[in-house]
Structure formats: C-alpha cells, structure tokens
Design a protein around this ligand. Structure first.
Ligand code: HEC
Ligand code: HEC
Length: 490
C-alpha cells in the first residue's frame, strides 16, 4: 500500500516534470523559431512597386543563401584589403541607387534576423551615364556590365578563410554601428558568426576554378554561368573549361517563341523563359525551395514583369534619314539572322565562327542531370535542352545599344568595332566603365577613368576570343555609318 502510494506519487511527479519540460521546450522552441526562422514581410515600398520589387524584392534566397545583415554590413570594414579597390561594396561595380541602403539586386529580409541575399537584379540591371558629369541612369532588366562578380565571389570566401573572421573582430565592428540586446549579441557571437564562416568556407571547393592561376579573371560584366550550374547544382568535379559570358538583357522575354524552335541562353541551352527563370532562381536559393507554390509564385511574377518590359530608347539624338538608309543595309546584310525565322534559334558554330569556349562549359549529360535535380524537387518545367551544343543563338537586337560589349563573351567593345574584321578589332580594352560613347556605340573603353574603373579584357586569354561574326565588315564606310545609325533605333 505504502509502496503503491509512493509509486503513485512518483508517477505524479514524473508527469509534472514532463509537463514542465514540455512547456519549457515549447517556449524554447518558440524562442528558437522566433530568433531563427520567423519571416517578416518586406516593407511596402518594395512589394508594391514592380521596379522596386524586381530590384530589391526577396525571391526567398535569404533562408539558405542569405548572409546575416550585420556581417554583410561590416565585412568591407573589417577586410578592406580584400576588396578590389576603395569604396566598400561599390568597388565590385554593383548598381547602387542614391539613397538606397543596399545595391540593386540585394534583398534584405528578416528570417529570424535580418539577412541579405541576391535576386535577378544583381546581374540584370544596367547603368549608364551620357557624360562623365551626368547622373547615372538605371535600367531594370538591362545587363549589369559593371559588376565584378568574380571578385565578389572570391571576396566572401577570402573573408571567411581569413583568421580575422572571428566573433571578437566582427562583434567589435558591429557594436560600432548598432545596439543589440545581450541575447542577440550572444546569438551573433556563438551561433551566427561561426555558422556563417562555416557556410562561406563550404563554398570554397566549388569556387576552385575562380582561383586557378591559369584562368584569367572574368572581368566586369561577365559571369561563367554554366560552370556555376555545373559545380553548384549538379556538383560535378572541376574540368578545364572556362566560358564567361556577358550579362544579357532580359527585357521583352515574350519575344521568345519556344514552339518555333527558339532557344534561351547564348548557346541555346534552355527551352523557354519559364525554365531559365526557375533555374536562375534555384541558383540564387542555393537549396530546394521551402514551398514550391510560393517559389513558383515568385517565378511567375518575374516572368510577367520581364515579359512586359521593353528595351530603353537610345538616349542621344538619332539621324532618322541616315537610320532609314541603314535599315536597307540591315535588311540586306543582317536580317536573314536577326529579323527572320532564324532569330532566336541556334546558328552553327562554323557559320558564326565565334569563340567556342562557352560551348565547352556545358553538355548533354549535364543537362540531363540538372533536369533531374529540378524534377526531384517536384518542379515541372521544359528545362535544359538535352542535346549537344552546336553554336550560338542569333540574338534579338532590341536595345542592342545598351548591350555593349558585344558577342556572347563581350569580346568586342562597340558596335563600330563589330563591323570591322576580327583582325582589326581592339585586342585589349577596359570593360565596366559606365560612360557611353555615342560615336562608336558602346561604352568608353579608353582613358584615365576607364582604366581606373574598368577591368582589362585581353582577347588572347581563355574565354576572351573576339574572332568570327564578320558579317557586314566589308561594307563601304558610308553603309556602315548608316547601319550603325539604324542599330541605335532598335
Ligand atoms: C549572377 C548573375 C546572374 C543572376 C543573379 C541572374 N542571371 Fe540571368 N543570366 C546571367 C547570365 C550570365 C546569363 C547568360 C548565360 C549564358 O548563356 O551563358 C543569363 C541568362 C538569363 C536569361 C536568358 C536570356 C536570353 O536572352 O537567352 C534569362 C531569361 C535570365 N538570365 C533571367 C534571370 C532571372 C529571372 C534571374 C533571377 C531569378 C536571373 N536571371 C539571375 C546572369 C545572371
Ligand atoms: C548568319 C547569321 C548572322 C548574320 C548574317 C548576322 N549575324 Fe549577328 N549574330 C549572329 C549570331 C549567331 C550571334 C551570336 C554570336 C555570339 O555571341 O557568339 C550574333 C550576334 C550579334 C551581335 C551581338 C549581340 C550581343 O548581345 O552581344 C550583334 C550586335 C549582331 N550580331 C549584329 C549583326 C549585324 C549588324 C549584322 C549585319 C551586318 C549581323 N549581325 C549579321 C548571327 C548572324
């Protein structure tokens, strides 16, 4: 009897202990959820305006690929020596609008704590100036020809590898710029900073080809996109390919008609806009989406947005009579590929004759594996083209004036240079300076400022060849002038 009572008492205290633990556990769970996972909507100035949403809106990348806001904030202050030049993040050539806390293409969102991630605008917003003393003009969906993505990727890894990346140094810098509660400081010190360091270091091996001494830097405005897909999405071992391409414009995407055999990306690797947007967004998320419906909601919004955008008008005067003469030259020399049923379809490499390095960064097997990765996430899309790559897509030329430098690898600085045979095109030039040159139709590539800001492009380096596409190069000089005038109007 006594022992039964004792057993009963013991049973009761056990229940009480479990109840207390559960309550504490639930509180702890709620606390952990609040501090690490709760999602707060972005402010309305971002979500209610389509251009702002494209430039600063979250596509859901903060959760797995985000960098804690305060670490992102202090990295250039702690590691100024690892930047490519003075000026903090601006030294990477990010597009930075006056009055904005972050550059275009960088989204800030609270997932437990404020985090910074990237969206499409980091590579797909153009900026230019009509004169050195003019204000910059920003064009969402235009190519970011100033961004030194190669240097940005390396900076993050180099910081994480540096012994100075530790809680003492980072917290000292963070405390100079913000007041945190005792608990938040502890969370940053003991969890967020060490985890961020580890996460950034995990990328080092996948970025190994950025560190190869026998590969040139990509330079401003270029991105080795298919190698990124290969090493991050399907996690292939490093091979010897290097194919950095120009950032493309993504305005007016509705012009692509997949059912007419048109293909996306420079080498025609992908079937349709929907697939490219999904794959680009997955690359930014760095992990399967938390919720496929929410993810596809972002994708559909982006697709509507970029389909409705039109290429911007040429910002300098155009001689309309000359342009009208140029249209006749264009129709006779260029339209067979650039304004016909061939436009948007693949032209064999032997016919266009440009550098093949980009083609060698991707293949049919990679396409099959990448398609499987996406299918396994439960996402259905036409996807990447499961066939060997054979050439380059005959580009649509809308807004071509803002897409300098030219060809898929950005190896020809201006449209005037493109109308010269390869042997007479510049062999070295600076890329990534934003002042426009209406005489040559492209960006300024020479002079003190272009040299200070721009990175060197050398056509002799791997992935940089400027050969091929010699169409129109034998035209008489006045026909070339007229053609150039017409190209400004597209
Ligand atoms: C890190 C830079 C970067 C980011 C971020 C990025 N892109 Fe791109 N995008 C590129 C590059 C470079 C290419 C060309 C790739 C190639 O063909 O080699 C490209 C190609 C494309 C194309 C094909 C264009 C054409 O005419 O064939 C579309 C569409 C596109 N991107 C949309 C997006 C969208 C939407 C996002 C955001 C979800 C995004 N991109 C994010 C760099 C980027
Ligand atoms: C036989 C087909 C063909 C003809 C003819 C042709 N092109 Fe092209 N064009 C292409 C292909 C293919 C590309 C993509 C090549 C690459 O990027 O490697 C291209 C690329 C371009 C680009 C660069 C696009 C960019 O985004 O950088 C411009 C500009 C251009 N062509 C203008 C012209 C002009 C002007 C003419 C007439 C004088 C012309 N093309 C004639 C097939 C053609």
């Amino acid at each position: 009897m006594k022992s039964a009572l004792r057993r009963c008492n013991r049973g009761r205290s056990l229940v009480a202990a479990i109840v207390i633990l559960l309550v504490l556990g639930a509180a702890g769970g709620a606390f952990a959820w609040y501090k690490f996972f709760r999602e707060e909507p972005q402010p309305e100035w971002i979500t209610s305006d389509p251009d702002m949403r494209f430039k600063y809106g979250s596509i859901g990348a903060e959760r797995d690929a985000g960098i804690p806001y305060w670490i992102f904030y202090v990295l250039p202050r702690v590691f100024p020596d690892l930047l490519p030049g003075p000026g903090g993040y601006a030294s990477f050539g990010v597009v930075w609008e006056e009055g904005q806390e972050l550059p275009a293409g960088f989204s800030k969102k609270v997932v437990g704590f404020p985090r910074v991630a990237n969206n499409c605008a980091s590579c797909h917003v153009a900026s230019y100036r009509t004169a050195p003393d003019a204000a910059p003009v920003f064009v969402p969906t235009g190519p970011n020809h100033t961004l030194n993505l190669w240097a940005f990727f390396r900076f993050l890894v180099d910081c994480a590898k540096d012994p100075r990346f530790n809680a003492d140094n980072l917290m000292a810098e963070i405390r100079l710029v913000t007041d945190m509660s005792f608990i938040d400081r502890a969370i940053y010190r003991f969890l967020i900073i060490p985890i961020t360091k580890k996460t950034l270091l995990e990328r080092e091996q996948q970025f190994a080809w950025l560190y190869r001494a026998d590969f040139p830097p990509w330079g401003r405005g270029r991105d080795d996109a298919m190698n990124l897909t290969k090493y991050f999405m399907i996690r292939w071992p490093m091979d010897d390919s290097l194919g950095p391409t120009d950032m493309p414009s993504i305005w007016n995407l509705g012009k692509y008609k997949p059912e007419q055999g048109m293909r996306m990306n420079f080498a025609g690797d992908s079937h349709d806009p929907f697939s490219v947007i999904i794959d680009s967004a997955l690359g930014l998320l760095g992990a399967p989406p938390k919720d496929n419906e929410e993810f596809l909601g972002h994708v559909r919004w982006i697709q509507d947005y970029v389909s409705a955008k039109r290429a911007p008008q040429y910002p300098f005067p155009v001689d309309t009579a000359l342009a009208a003469r140029g249209k006749a030259v264009f129709d006779a020399t260029c339209a067979a590929c650039h304004a016909s049923a061939r436009t948007g379809t693949i032209v064999p490499l032997a016919e266009v004759g440009t550098s093949r390095d980009r083609i060698d960064t991707w293949n049919e097997k990679a396409a099959r594996e990448a398609n499987k990765v996406v299918r396994d996430m439960g996402i259905e899309r036409p996807g990447l083209v499961e066939a060997p790559l054979t050439g380059y897509v005959a580009a649509f030329l809308d807004g071509i004036w803002l897409r300098a430098p030219y060809l898929h690898n950005g190896s020809v600085p201006t449209l005037r240079d493109l109308l010269e045979p390869a042997a007479l095109r510049p062999r070295t030039f600076r890329r990534g300076y934003d002042v426009y040159d209406p005489a040559k139709v492209g960006f300024v590539t020479e002079g003190a400022e272009a040299e200070r800001i721009g990175t060197l492009h050398d056509v002799a380096q791997k992935g940089g060849g400027n050969q091929g596409h010699e169409f129109g190069t034998t035209l008489p000089a006045d026909d070339k002038d007229a053609l150039l005038e017409y190209l400004k109007t597209l």
